[in-house]
Design a protein around this ligand. Structure first.
Ligand code: CTP
Length: 450
């Protein structure tokens, strides 16, 4: 079978590369973030145009946005000018592959919900073809956000076809000196949401599902100054969690020390852990109620039996490191999950290898007994720890193997979520070592558990 080819971040396709993004900005103080958003989207290869509401024109300079985007910035008075041969709102709406509405004010929300096309910006958004998705990030004062009328409008808006509606951050310091919900989510999350929608469209197929995702490394303490760990940054797990959340799932993220943008954690229920023992405890509480557990955490293999409360001198440390009795194997948490899984729960594992990746992954899937295993090389460029991209194989318990990538880790996250969702609609397969042998197609009646 052909394996995934190697890649670099530059050659793997970023979902934004070559796409046309219309940045629509309305009257909230978060409008001042528009210039940096333009730059960030362009840096990823998108072509960007800007459109301002009359209030936004007072908060951010159209000249700056025109200059940064290398396109005229559309403002209210540009509508119905004799130099414009086609209606501007139609031109703009038909140009865009995606509209990013950031920030979205209460007034524009009301216009969109009620179909009130009384401004260039609202007319453009309402004139979007069905093929053009909208990513919208609300931002306003806390009381305004919590007002019954705004909440009513939001409830309608977030279910509109082709709309990914991002509520304000759960808390933060607002321009009115209040702390509470209302602040627009960080630009890094907007970028992620735009990439997600450009990659896979607006999807709500995980609404009503509860997922537990683990991410990042564990650290096994030796003494207060030293620990055993690995190079995992947590990127793959966090992207899996956020992609699932954007598709409507309730997501609990249990993570070791992360090296990712903290804006990517917005909207997830996070629990920080340090060691494999912490992770084991967190899973014992959170996994039983979940529809799926996705084990992207890079769990350490060995740990120090009794971490020293005091820093050991170098000489004593060397002696103890060499003493096999000082170490113990970390229990296999994925195997524990398999042994205790709730009915219908789907379990996905990861396998990072060098050498014969596929051969080792097949053996690992059989040993662990999970439903799905994504295996990737960690010694190829553009794959593995910390990389923006990945390539590997998705193995399922029925024996199927799919080569995936090279692609962005976000695109991979969506593909893995598709596979998890598919399993919910298939009969489960007995794991290796169970009383009945599992084999062949996962839909075979021989494999069905009663
Ligand atoms: N895993 C786990 N508990 C462990 C080790 C790993 O739950 N103690 C999970 C990881 O989260 C991952 C999968 O098992 O989803 C495979 O992890 P990996 O480190 O590749 O495999 P190991 O079991 O450690 O086996 P080996 O190091 O021999 O490849």
């Amino acid at each position: 079978m052909a394996g995934p080819t190697t890649t670099t971040a530059a050659t793997a396709v970023d979902p934004l590369r070559g796409r046309r993004v219309l940045l629509a900005v309305t009257g909230s103080i978060a409008a001042v973030k528009a210039p940096s958003l333009v730059t960030a989207l362009q840096a990823r290869g998108a072509e960007v145009r800007c459109l301002l509401s009359p209030s936004a024109e007072r908060l951010v300079s159209p000249v700056a946005l025109a200059s940064l985007s290398r396109h005229p910035c559309a403002c209210e008075n540009d509508q119905w000018q004799h130099g414009q041969p086609r209606p501007l709102h139609i031109d703009l709406a038909e140009w865009a592959d995606l509209v990013l509405l950031a920030p979205l004010s209460a007034a524009t929300l009301a216009r969109l919900v009620h179909g009130q096309a009384d401004q260039l910006l609202a007319s453009t958004l309402l004139a979007r073809p069905a093929s053009c998705p909208l990513v919208a990030a609300a931002a306003m004062n806390t009381d305004m956000w919590l007002a019954a009328a705004v909440q009513r409008n939001w409830a309608v808006f977030q279910n509109d076809a082709g709309v990914l509606a991002l509520p304000p951050a759960a808390t933060g310091l607002l321009a009115c000196d209040r702390r509470g919900p209302g602040r627009m989510v960080e630009p890094a999350l907007l970028e992620l949401a735009v990439a997600s929608v450009l990659a896979r469209g607006v999807r709500r197929d995980l609404v009503g599902r509860s997922l537990v995702v683990t991410a990042g490394p564990t650290r096994e303490a030796i003494d207060p100054a030293r620990f055993l760990s690995n190079p995992s940054t947590g990127r793959m797990g966090v992207l899996l969690a956020q992609a699932a959340r954007l598709r409507g799932a309730q997501v609990q993220l249990i993570h070791g020390p992360l090296q990712v943008n903290s804006a990517w954690l917005e909207g997830l229920e996070c629990q920080a852990i340090v060691s494999a023992a912490d992770l084991e405890e967190a899973l014992s509480l959170r996994a039983p109620g979940a529809d799926a557990v996705l084990m992207a955490a890079a769990v350490a293999d060995q740990r120090w039996r009794h971490p020293d409360p005091a820093k050991a001198p170098k000489q004593a440390l060397q002696e103890r490191l060499a003493d096999a009795a000082s170490w113990e194997a970390v229990p296999d948490l994925l195997q524990q999950l398999v042994a205790r899984r709730s009915p219908g729960q789907v379990l996905l594992g990861f396998a990072a290898h060098t050498g014969d990746v596929l051969g080792q992954a097949r053996a690992k899937l059989a040993r662990k007994g999970c439903d799905l295993l994504f295996a990737n090389p960690i010694d190829a460029p553009g794959a593995g720890f910390g990389s923006e991209t990945n390539a590997g194989w998705l193995l399922d318990a029925g024996g199927a193997v799919e080569a995936i990538g090279p692609c962005s880790k976000l695109t991979l996250a969506h593909r893995l979520l598709d596979a998890v969702a598919d399993r919910w609609y298939q009969p489960p397969v007995l794991s290796a070592g169970s009383a009945t042998e599992a084999g062949g197609s996962s839909s075979s009646s021989m494999n069905v558990l009663s």
